[in-house]
Write a protein that binds this ligand. Structure first.
Ligand code: GLY
Length: 369
């Protein structure tokens, strides 16, 4: 740990692993520090949906980022498999957005209009047509949009594959190594403090999920990344073959033979535990979309803490006015989808290449007066 790295990445979630992979792919000497194991926080709790049309509320930079994120996955999956032998479970299973009420249908139709402009293959279905595609859907579903290009991945495998591929490109990955603070001289960051001493790096990238804000606060920077708890559960069985996205939550059938139901969004600080209330809400949502799940056994329940941001958009890029400090956090509900594009954009920015997309809308600058 004594030599200086070109870049230290703090955080071994999907975003940190993707940043480490992209930086190592650009030839930088990378050190990734993770206080526990890889993908043990939000990345390990995520369903792994690759659903750019789910969270964007209309055209704009965030939608562009999400679409660019999705587009990277097919080649990334091949690259990672070649480099590591790991299959990240990329599935283009498709996604059905469903409407249960008049109001839902109106909102689905409004979204469908601008979503068509993305060029992704989308089909409007009436209720019966939707049930012909997914027979287990509730008779209460009155309309749906079938989106065939959206899908999912296994987030833990993705994080592990990215970390291993980064290692194959020379990165070092140290687990069980907490970062206690960022070290600096004035506004020049030159490393991090760990329990075994200072580790030097020319660049420090903070990708520590909801703990990012705390690390930055330690050097006087106010860039909040508040935790947003998401509770999830898994039913045994797979009554649907596609992701089903309803107004109150989603169902994601997994290759292991279970169906995930998610997720709550709760501002409860760093309390990562499930609650009876949260799980009951998820069960109500799941049974409303697919009544057969009302008879299915719940195999597991868990929760994770997503990193929020003050405006709901990710925070990606060098911190203006500082030397050697960047952030990759605040991805809220989109960490898995956006991890590879985040790594790629940040690596482009830090190595002086033109970025695939403008980083300004996501720059930490927007929170720093
Ligand atoms: N990506 C969906 C969620 O965070 O619940």
């Amino acid at each position: 740990m004594d030599d200086e790295s070109d870049a230290i990445v703090i955080g071994g979630g999907v975003v940190g692993c993707a940043v480490a992979y992209s930086l190592a792919s650009c030839g930088l000497q990378v050190l990734l520090l993770e206080r526990g194991g890889l993908a043990e926080e939000a990345s390990g709790a995520a369903a792994g949906m690759l659903a750019p049309l789910a969270e964007a509320h209309g055209p704009g930079p965030f939608l562009e980022l999400c679409l660019a994120g999705l587009a990277l996955f097919p080649s990334l999956a091949r690259e990672l498999e070649e480099a590591t032998g790991l299959d990240i479970g990329l599935s283009r299973c498709g996604l059905l957005r469903v409407a249960l009420t008049d109001e839902d249908e109106e909102s689905l139709r409004r979204r469908y209009r601008w979503q068509l402009d993305t060029g992704l293959p989308l089909t409007w279905l009436e209720g019966e047509e939707a049930r012909a595609v997914e027979p287990a859907l509730s008779p209460g579903v009155r309309a749906a949009v079938l989106s065939e290009a959206e899908g999912q991945v296994e987030p833990q495998l993705l994080a592990h594959a990215l970390a291993r591929a980064a290692q194959a490109r020379g990165a070092r990955v140290l687990l069980s190594t907490p970062v206690l603070g960022i070290v600096r001289r004035g506004r020049r960051v030159y490393g991090v403090r760990t329990p075994s001493g200072i580790v030097r790096g020319r660049q420090v990238v903070v990708a520590a999920g909801p703990w990012t804000g705390r690390l930055l606060a330690g050097i006087g920077l106010h860039l909040p990344t508040p935790p947003r708890r998401g509770q999830m559960l898994a039913y045994r069985g797979r009554p649907v073959g596609r992701i089903v996205w309803g107004p109150e939550g989603y169902l994601a059938p997994k290759a292991t033979g279970v169906t995930y139901a998610g997720a709550t969004v709760e501002a409860v600080g760093f309390r990562r535990r499930t609650t009876q209330r949260g799980l009951r809400r998820l069960q109500r949502m799941a049974h409303t979309l697919v009544p057969a799940l009302g008879r299915a056994e719940v195999a597991a329940a868990w929760a994770g803490l997503r990193p929020g941001s003050p405006d709901g958009l990710p925070i990606i890029g060098p911190v203006p006015g500082w030397d050697g400090l960047s952030v990759a956090s605040g991805h809220f509900r989109n960490g898995v989808l956006l991890a590879p594009i985040t790594g790629r954009l940040l690596a482009q920015a830090l190595t002086g290449q033109p970025t695939d997309l403008p980083l300004d809308p996501f720059s930490p600058a927007r929170f720093l007066a």
